[in-house]
Design a protein around this ligand. Structure first.
Ligand code: ZN
Length: 261
């Protein structure tokens, strides 16, 4: 009797059944070509690769998450959409800046091994305003999304164009300044708009204590990027207001209301 009950239970709860997690559901929905499912401990890719999700419980201190964040920790800090007022973020409030490098390498390839350039394609950047071309990855349709961004930005009033042209870097096989971690630019999934109007925390002289948040980028520009799945570095305590990167899972969660822990 007891054995029969156990057998039934095992049929009802197969090994792969995981507790539903809205953050991981958003991740699967954001990258449907590549991700298949998840268990309680692992992310399962369509090619069968399994990756540890990291602990569902206590998080590591911020510096550690930044250095070697888990897939779960990528969601540790809620991203606020441009519809919410712009404000100086709290200390270390860097939504989207925690990235699991293994996840990104698997998703987009390793540029140091020449795995990224073959997947790039050129996108006309604000062609009505002669913005030249930028190269973005075709993985996850990033280049297509950037093309839609470009088309909408191109229709903005003339006084907004100076923020967008010239661009300050798209694909670049390099680590993040001062670290060994690859930048999202190394995956062809990020773009820097005109540095002349951007503010980057590393450029500001760091007085004793807190960073002083600065931003000159208009909301309209951020809204257009967000509409196509790109988050904005102007939302970070370690601000980078010229930086946008493709993270549709964070946009989707922000739209539906960040799930509570
Ligand atoms: Zn950037």
């Amino acid at each position: 009797m007891k054995l029969a009950f156990l057998t039934l239970l095992m049929i009802a709860l197969p090994e792969t059944a995981a507790l539903a997690d809205p953050k991981l559901d958003a991740l699967l929905a954001a990258y449907p070509d590549r991700l298949a499912s998840y268990t309680d401990d692992e992310l399962v890719w369509k090619d069968g690769t399994r990756m540890p999700l990291g602990s569902a419980g206590a998080r590591h201190p911020f510096a550690e998450m930044l250095e070697r964040g888990s897939i779960r920790e990528q969601f540790a800090i809620p991203y606020p959409l441009a519809t919410a007022p712009f404000r100086p973020p709290a200390t270390d409030e860097d939504p989207g800046r925690i990235r699991n490098e293994a996840f990104f390498l698997k998703m987009y390839g390793d540029c140091r091994r020449g795995e990224v350039t073959a997947k790039l394609r050129s996108v006309a950047w604000l062609p009505r305003h002669g913005g030249g071309t930028v190269r973005a990855t075709t993985v996850n349709g990033v280049a297509d999304q950037l093309e839609k961004v470009s088309r909408e930005l191109d229709a903005l009033p003339q006084d907004m164009i100076r923020y967008l042209i010239p661009t300050s870097g798209i694909y670049n096989c390099r680590p993040i300044a001062g670290t060994n971690r690859l930048s999202v630019h190394a995956f062809g999934a990020a773009i820097d708009i005109n540095a002349g109007f951007g503010d980057y925390w590393q450029w500001t002289k760091r007085p004793e204590g807190a960073l002083v948040w600065r931003n000159r980028i208009p909301r309209e520009i951020v809204e257009i990027f967000e509409r196509h799945g790109f988050i904005w570095g102007g939302r970070w305590y370690h601000f980078d207001s010229l930086h946008f990167e493709y993270r549709p899972e964070l946009i989707a969660l922000a739209k539906r209301g960040w799930p509570r822990e």
